[in-house]
Design a protein around this ligand. Structure first.
Ligand SMILES: Nc1ncnc2c1ncn2[C@@H]1O[C@H](COP(=O)(O)OP(=O)(O)OP(=O)(O)O)[C@@H](O)[C@H]1O
Ligand SMILES: [Mg+2]
Length: 267
């Protein structure tokens, strides 16, 4: 169960998590995409729907609120099946109300005293005991709130996204601090698989400067994936053309071929 995260917005979390999910299906694996971002971008990329609002009443939010549901209920009601080997639990804007639900309702009728950070994990554990996936890929929002904490508490592995900017560079220490807090309090087995540098424009000196700064840092350097994801118009246009009948798909996902291989070696 692999979480893609960083609280800096626009760092290719959704693009990379969706392409990785797709690449794993191409290798014959059965994959579940879980969208924990109210923007619903992973849903747009994977769910093969006209609009994310089709999922307004049976999205990840309802799946997490339905605390009495069995694994079978979750599979039948909230797991969407755009392809045999690619399933999705979608998100849309109302997932933004998840924290409000936790603090106005959930904590007051919660006889098991379940930690609010474990709501997603509890739901996914039930689902996975009913239906088996080779990989669960979780996309997160650009914030360190309850959605991201739930994702980190549910995952077995986390990939930290880095796009070369000062804002993203400054976000890294707090993201790793959050990983450590989640490991301490909720999910001791969580493994930080690595830092994936993305949207890299090799011609820009500032991109190179940030990469060099990471390589020179004793904590970050060993975590860096050898693969870097370059800025490519074709990769950006996956949000327009999707994965089916996309004439430029091969070019768009080229770097992710190498990334997926490296990821599988590291797991
Ligand atoms: N390798 C790439 N080359 C070119 N454009 C890219 C690449 N990766 C992502 N993009 C584009 O950059 C933008 C941000 O990517 P994306 O939405 O995946 O980031 P994100 O981290 O999920 O953002 P948010 O924090 O808002 O959820 C999008 O418009 C996407 O199409
Ligand atoms: Mg996103």
């Amino acid at each position: 169960m692999i979480v893609f995260g960083i609280q800096k917005g626009g760092s290719s979390k959704s693009t990379s998590s969706a392409i990785t999910a797709y690449m794993l299906t191409q290798q014959g694996y059965k994959v579940l995409g879980v969208d924990m971002d109210p923007q619903g971008n992973m849903t747009s990329l994977l769910a093969n729907a006209e609009s994310i609002y089709e999922f307004r009443s049976n999205s990840i939010l309802e799946a997490m609120k339905d605390t009495q549901a069995s694994g079978e209920d979750i599979y039948n009601s909230y797991v969407h099946k755009p392809a045999d080997n690619l399933h999705v639990i979608p998100a849309e804007d109302l997932l933004a109300t998840f924290p409000r639900w936790i603090y106005t309702e959930f904590i007051h009728r919660n006889p098991q005293r379940l930690n609010p950070g474990l709501i997603l994990k509890t739901m996914l554990d039930k689902l996975l005991s009913y239906y088996n996936y080779d990989f669960v890929i979780i996309d997160t929002p650009p914030a360190l709130g309850d959605q991201t904490v739930n994702a980190l508490a549910a995952g077995t592995h986390v990939i930290t996204m880095f796009e070369p900017s000062k804002f993203c560079f400054d976000a890294l220490p707090t993201f790793f601090e959050t990983i450590n807090i989640v490991k301490r309090d909720l999910n001791p087995g969580l493994v930080s698989v690595g830092i994936l540098c993305t949207i890299i424009d090799a011609r820009r000196t500032d991109s190179r400067m940030f990469m060099d700064a990471l390589k020179g840092n004793e904590f970050f350097a060993p975590l860096l994936f050898d693969t870097i994801i370059h800025r490519k118009a074709t990769t950006g246009r996956i949000s327009l053309y999707g994965f089916e009948q996309n004439a430029e798909l091969e070019n768009a996902i080229e770097d992710y071929n190498f990334f997926t291989k490296e990821l599988l070696k590291r797991l």
